[in-house]
Design a protein around this ligand. Structure first.
Ligand SMILES: [Zn+2]
Length: 289
């Protein structure tokens, strides 16, 4: 008996279902902390943390044992820097593996007490895959005045950061301190911590460090510009709107965007990504690729 032809839309639906199911399969390395800690991905992330730690120290963004770096590993784990160690002296074996409750699962050293801050950010915003805290002098100078620099002076700052926020002071290392950033963590990827420093989140450790460089350089340049004694010129509003449209397309957070715009940008990005994926799978099934 001849089989009834399956309509193309149903074929696509079946393929999408198969792709979704495949993506739902838990990764093997997520089953065991020790397997996760010794994976190739963990090795690469530890190397990235060491490289970024060195950059923070060389740029004088950390002092003594100050500052800390973490990155998510799969869905369940976080790699983070230990306490009482300069970020310029990190070795791969110093990096701890923690769960999302802050329990150390692998590594000989004690984790940074400020991991609580990182974990609150991860739990509040799934787009945060890496978190970095440091004390860059110019941005921290603003943090001790409880103010942020004005917006609209340099395009790079507008694109990557936009308006910064100031979280109120709390004793570092406490849960109360960790929760001070929660009101800001959706719309801001860079937050000044009053009387303390800054915290940045991004998709990678490298990109989180870029944010620290960008805000500190912006604060520094703004303060130098004030010394010149001439009126500042600001980027025209219509050009700021161009930047906001770009950020919306890229899915970057910005407090000036309408509340639903960031989610919409992510949804559009995910839809086109899904369409591309489906097209690839269909092409493979049809022998076109
Ligand atoms: Zn600190």
């Amino acid at each position: 008996m001849e089989q009834a032809a399956v309509p193309p839309t149903e074929q696509v639906r079946d393929v999408v279902q198969a792709v979704v199911e495949a993506l739902r399969e838990p990764k093997a390395e997520e089953d065991s902390p020790l397997v996760a800690a010794s994976s190739f991905e963990a090795d690469a992330l530890r190397t990235e943390i060491l490289r970024v730690g060195r950059k923070l120290w060389e740029r004088q963004y950390v002092d003594g044992n100050g500052g800390n770096i973490s990155v998510r590993l799969g869905s369940n784990y976080v790699l983070c820097t230990p306490t009482m160690l300069s970020k310029g002296d990190l070795q791969p074996a110093d990096i701890c593996l923690s769960d999302l409750d802050g329990n150390i699962l692998a590594g000989d050293r004690s984790r940074t007490s400020e991991l609580l801050l990182h974990l609150e950010i991860y739990k509040a915003n799934p787009k945060a895959r890496a978190v970095l805290h440091c004390h860059p002098p110019y941005a921290t100078a603003f943090a001790i005045t409880g103010t942020v620099p004005p917006n609209g002076l340099i395009p790079e700052y507008e694109i990557f950061i936009g308006p910064a926020a100031v979280a109120p002071y709390e004793t570092p290392g406490t849960q109360a301190f960790a929760e001070t950033v929660l009101p800001y963590v959706q719309d801001h990827n860079t937050i000044l911590l009053a009387n303390h420093g800054i915290v940045c989140w991004s998709d990678t450790v490298t990109h989180a460090e870029w944010l620290a460089e960008i805000i500190d350089n912006y604060c520094k340049t703004y303060l130098i510009a004030l010394q010149i004694g001439k009126p500042l010129t600001f980027i025209p509003d219509d050009k700021i709107q161009d930047i906001l449209a770009l950020k919306r397309r890229m899915g970057f957070p910005d407090a000036r965007l309408p509340k639903d715009a960031a989610a919409e940008a992510v949804a559009v990005k995910n839809t086109s990504e899904l369409e591309r994926l489906v097209e690839q799978v269909v092409a493979r099934l049809e022998g076109r690729a």
